[in-house]
Design a protein. Sequence first.
Length: 117
Amino acid sequence: MKITEIRIHLMGEERLKAFASVTFDDSFVVRNMKIIEGTKGVFLGMPTRKMSDGSYKDMVHPINQEFRKYLEDNIIKAYQDELAKNPQGVTQAAQPAEAAPVAEPAPAETAEAPKAE
């Protein structure tokens, strides 16, 4: 699976720095990934859903560490590029964030999933 587009929407909040939308293979998009400032720097949070007990559960997430690193590296780079264009850290509402260039995935990540019959 290859990332073909990343859009960053800067928030400029204390911990929530941005939202990211990521398109895979020009065919599938995941919205509302969060870029969060943690104690060890920024990290990527997956879209979540609040459960009836008040806890949160990831709606989507990488299955292996290799893909998580590929995803996080590309999204954090796109965030840093967007932040360099707008140091105040807030995306202007009238201007959508530009798609960021994406690094090619490692060969193990390019395998396609079997097709449903």
